[in-house]
Design a protein around this ligand. Sequence first.
Ligand code: MEV
Length: 425
Amino acid sequence: MDKTSRIPGLHKMSIAERITALKDFADLTDEETALLGKSSVLGMDVAERMIENVIGTFELPLGLVPNMKVNGREILVPLAVEESSVVAALANAGKMTSSGGGYFTSSSDPIMIAQIQAVDIADPFGAKMKILEHKEKIIALANEQDPILVKFGGGCRDIEVRVIDTRKGPMVVTHILVDTRDAMGANAVNTMAEAIAPHIENWTNGKVFLRILSNLADRRVARVRCLVKKDAIPPGPEVIDGIINAWAFADADPYRAATNNKGIMNGISPLVIATGNDFRAIEAGAHAYASRTGQYRALARWEKDAEGNLVGSMELPLAMGLVGGATAIHPMAKLIVKILGIDTATELSEITAAVGLGQNLAALRALASEGIQRGHMSLHAKNIAVMAGAKGEEIELVAHQLSSEGKVRVDRAKVILEQVRKKNC
Ligand code: MEV
């Protein structure tokens, strides 16, 4: 019989039943099946409450970054990431930025935007004014949906109405601006938008379709700056011009900007993941913000001060929460929040921005001097050694040989492994 991916009642099955169904479907061996249905930290019961059709959990290495100082406070930053060199790069950036006192941060209020899309309106500009006339009513309606948020000092602060041109004609888009305090706030603002929507239809005689937050959280930005003294940057001050040129390249060219900003997200996403936050939302917001001028540009900026020291700065939306989401449920995320020593979502966003700027510094410094491969490959060599079949002490021996030869490839690793084994016979 042909295989079918339609498994009736999959969502009602126990984890063990789901695994059995999967084992048959994918011809899994007993050994492979044994990787499923387990959790080292999260707990299968918690996992099952978080998403549907759970069959297991997925682990990433968690690395600890030293040397970080943010607003004068020494911190250790855990990062959950699969890519070698990310942790080491940020630790190196920490050493360089410590010459200028570390990272310094600030942020806007934690204001999220939700959008209410109204269409089929003959007089969109008149409709816009009508909605604005009801500002106080809209704010009151929004706040009625979430008395707890209001009690904690948050709530709807303002509205904006835009008329946008689309391929389906003009649309009237209402934004509610909501201070979500220590929550990421997606559920809060979506509930508010849904409650307001019927009123918008009444006032405008239009039809409301979408009622959803915007991940371009440009009212919820974190800012960071750092200074690297010109004599604290290896191999020497001459690399500073290379870094500034690298920044200018990224700012002018979307092909380079994508890679530059990927390097920034190398720091940001692992911390977003480690704290149980929504990394897709953060990625979408960051890249949309990088395009806000109409061209996709570098997220961070690098310049020289009057003494020739390197100055970095960055502002980006970071809609991160500590309450109401996975951060409050996931035992490892809770532990990581404790390690960071923070009490508010704003502090978390600011540290995350610092981590992003540090990654950019480390990447541009390497790219503008010896290149990225040396550092990258020496760490990557261990993975290659394992891929070639090295075990235990062999891994270090093979990786060391690969790195010193500068040829970090599986075919070469296999040859070296054979030599190591012959020697040890
Ligand atoms: C690799 O993960 C990240 C870099 O490509 C970033 C950059 O090019 O700026 C090194």
